[in-house]
Design a protein around this ligand. Structure first.
Ligand code: ZN
Ligand code: ZN
Length: 683
């Protein structure tokens, strides 16, 4: 009897693959992509076959035998496995966890149960709920494309090997371009993937795809139950569904004969996974398209600076949709300086100006809808004691607690812990408690007082908790049953608000204070996105931007709708400081219960890394900044430190990160280390 060597990946955070033995009978059943049951660290686990090595570096006598074959039929194709191995190396993340992200849990955990009928909501339920919103509105007829849309489709279909950036202003009809491209490719027997930032927030878009390609669409996102996700995935794998609409992990969907990957709202930071396997779905879409010879389309009204940069360098091709469909004119924009005392209503409410108030009044009198944007949840930013200055903070996180008036609670936005609202200060016993900073709850309450006849709705995560509530809200809004919507960044997520005539942005500079090199870019994007919701066919839209920092270029250029101007300026700024896209970055994140321990480990590791790249290399510039305490120094009881690595060379960066990982494993430190390649959030 001849034993055979087999390499497997296990779904844990352990680096590399592991070698086992299989007997001849088992060896004949399996191939790359099969799932085995193996003994692992005194337990038994499922494991994914990644290869059949000729020999092992380990003593063959010490190798263990695999126990069982769980799934003989390979779960993924060889090419996909190779791609995922590349992804694993790129993000310095264990292949087992990469595979666990790419494949639905049910595929490798309970493979025998696949024939059981699911008891949860079926695929059709999901589809129907996405369509509900459409049927309440006007039925969609297949629209004819305007000349810009036709030109964009032609550019996408004729461009080979380069990503196409589809830059279309808000309301310019990008979705019709996507659908037209898909129709052509489907007719040629190819399939496609459409990635959206947050599927629960985009029922309209999902509905449009499922109606235009009936029976051919699979939906993949993390809100699905394990079983349901598996069923969707399996339809794709078998070729029953040729179109996948999904969030992040759908980029790994096993679409047969992949023709195109479309990334809608490609500038959205939610394409980056922020825990565990920290990958960027847009970047992986570009990589996968290259790997599989497919097209890739990145669509946005406010492209990411990286994508824009690639266009200027000729690496990406651009297609433009410069005008809104049905010739809707771009809105008129006005900036209000909140520092001027006369501008604001009163000292108690420094966040609303006379100009905005008058405009709301006028818009309501004309029978039109108003959108008020403020990216702050709750009633107030925090609660404090007027006598001793005490502020209420989370016990487990280094942040102040947000005050919610409706639910009478103080909430931590980092660990979700809630505290009762105190009656008195527990430091000085004073009863003089007050709040500072404004949130959407307070705006809603105040507008209710000012405009008692107006119907006011709130669109944020505390008022709209799930897909059904969102759909209800959007339907009510579309039916004209709401006069004023107060919303957070949820309103900037690509929803179509056909009746909004006025957009008021309360504090435009709020995001500029975040210590991140992308804060200006994000501010520009959100102002442009939110402002773009104003106006419709028969009404010239109006945008009022209130700010304490009217001279900031991000605000000025957003007001002028000068995208090129802003990007040019921001690129020269990034170049001067060698920030991406002029360098590659990675963030090493350290976490531990003990503040001394985490600091010591971060410092030791950085010292080690500095020694590694001290040999002078004129060509490659690598820089290590830190370690330093993270801007939010403690979350969920864990102290946080980080250090930033910048390099002009990807291989140099990868070598350094691999060294960091090895050092961590070698020292067996209990400090958690997370490697975040191309980070989008440095808090
Ligand atoms: Zn006090
Ligand atoms: Zn907390």
């Amino acid at each position: 009897m001849k034993d055979r060597l087999v390499d497997v990946a296990v779904p844990f955070r352990v680096d590399g693959s592991f070698t086992y033995l299989v007997d001849e009978a088992m060896g004949e059943q399996i191939s790359c992509g099969s799932v085995l049951e193996v003994p692992f660290r005194n337990k038994s686990t499922h494991a994914f076959v990644t290869g059949f090595p000729e020999k092992s570096t380990f003593d063959p006598a010490k190798l263990k035998h695999a126990k069982n074959v769980l799934v003989a039929e390979p779960l993924i194709e060889q090419k996909m496995l190779e791609f995922l191995q590349w992804v694993s190396r790129y993000y310095c993340h264990p292949i087992g966890e990469v595979l666990a992200t790419a494949l639905p849990k049910a595929a490798w955990q309970a493979p025998k149960a696949t024939k059981r009928k699911s008891s949860g909501p079926t695929f059709d339920d999901v589809l129907r709920s996405s369509e509900a919103i459409l049927t309440t509105k006007n039925e969609i007829a297949v629209p004819t494309l305007n000349s810009d849309q036709q030109a964009a489709v032609a550019t996408i279909l004729t461009t080979e090997k380069k990503p196409v950036l589809l830059h279309g202003v808000t309301g310019s009809g990008k979705t019709e371009v996507y659908i037209s491209v898909l129709e052509t490719l489907l007719a040629q027997g190819q399939g496609g993937i459409i990635l959206v930032p947050e599927i629960a927030l985009t029922p309209q878009l999902v509905g449009r795809f499922s109606r235009r390609f009936p029976g051919k669409v699979a939906i993949l996102h993390s809100d699905l139950k394990d079983r349901e996700r598996y069923e969707q995935w399996d339809r794709v794998r078998k070729g029953e569904a040729q179109v996948v609409v999904g969030a992040r992990s759908a980029v790994f969907a096993p679409v047969k004969n992949l023709g195109v990957i479309i990334v809608d709202e490609e500038h959205e930071t939610s394409f980056k996974q922020e825990d565990s396997f920290r990958y960027h779905a847009r970047d992986m879409a570009v990589a996968r398209a290259q790997w599989f010879g497919a097209k890739v389309v990145l669509g946005s009204a406010t492209p990411s600076l990286e994508s824009y940069f690639h266009v200027t360098k000729g690496k990406y091709v651009i297609a433009r949709l410069p005008s809104r469909v049905m010739e809707r004119p771009l809105p008129e924009v006005r900036v209000v300086d909140l520092r001027e005392k006369d501008a604001v209503l009163d000292a108690k409410r420094p966040w609303i100006s006379h100009v905005l108030l008058d405009a709301i009044q006028k818009t309501l009198a004309d029978g039109n809808q108003v959108l008020i944007y403020l990216n702050r949840l709750g009633y107030a930013h925090f609660l404090f004691c007027r006598d001793c200055g005490h502020t209420w903070r989370c016990h487990d996180c280094d942040v102040t607690l947000t005050y919610y008036q409706t639910s009478r609670a103080l909430k931590c936005h980092y660990c979700a812990r809630q505290y009762p609202v105190p009656h008195a200060c527990h430091v000085c016993q004073s009863l003089a408690l007050d709040t500072l900073g404004v949130g959407t709850e307070q705006v809603e309450k105040y507008l209710n007082e000012l405009f008692p006849a107006a119907r006011i709705g709130r669109l944020d995560r505390s008022a709209v908790k799930n897909r059904a509530e969102l759909e209800e809200m959007l339907t009510t809004l579309a039916a004209g049953k709401i006069d004023i919507v107060v919303g957070t960044q949820m309103v900037a997520k690509g929803h179509d608000f056909p009746g909004i005539a006025l957009v008021g942005i309360l504090v435009a500079d709020a995001g500029l204070n975040i210590p991140d090199f992308r804060s200006a870019e994000r501010t520009f994007q959100v102002l442009t996105q939110v402002g773009g919701r104003a106006g419709r066919a028969d009404i010239l839209g109006k945008v009022i931007i209130q700010t304490y920092f009217p001279e900031h270029p991000a605000i000025q250029m957003a007001a002028k709708q000068d995208l090129e101007g802003f990007y040019q300026m921001e690129l020269s700024h990034r170049e001067a400081f060698q920030f991406p896209p002029f360098s590659r970055m990675a963030l090493l994140r350290f976490q531990h219960r003990d503040s001394v321990e985490v600091r010591r480990f971060a410092e030791t590791l950085c010292l080690f890394l500095r020694q590694r790249f001290q040999k002078p290399d004129v060509e490659i510039k690598t820089e290590l900044l830190g370690p330093s305490e993270a801007p939010i120094a403690r979350v969920k009881g864990l102290y946080r430190w980080h250090c930033l690595v910048k390099s002009s060379s990807v291989p140099a960066l990868h070598t350094l990160l691999a060294d960091a990982w090895k050092f961590h494993e070698h020292t067996k430190s209990h400090v958690q280390l997370a490697i975040d390649v191309d980070p989008v959030n440095s808090l």
